[in-house]
Unconditional design. Structure first.
Length: 55
C-alpha cells in the first residue's frame, strides 16, 4: 500500500495501485506522500487503532 496526499485539501490516504482522485474532495491533484507525511499518517493510524481497541 502507498500513502498519498491531496494537493488541494491535504487529505492523506492509503491505497494500492493507481489512484486517480482524492476520496475526500474528489480532486485529481494527488501525489505520493513525503517521508514526513508518511510518518504523520502512520502516527494517526496507531492513535486511531489504540482508541478503537479501548472503546
Amino acid at each position: 500500500m502507498m500513502i498519498y496526499t491531496c494537493k488541494k485539501c491535504r487529505f492523506m490516504f492509503e491505497d494500492k495501485g493507481y489512484v486517480r482522485q482524492c476520496p475526500d474532495c474528489g480532486s485529481e491533484e494527488i501525489r505520493p506522500a513525503t517521508k514526513a507525511e508518511q510518518e504523520e499518517y502512520r502516527g494517526y493510524q496507531e492513535e486511531f487503532n489504540s482508541e478503537s481497541q479501548t472503546a
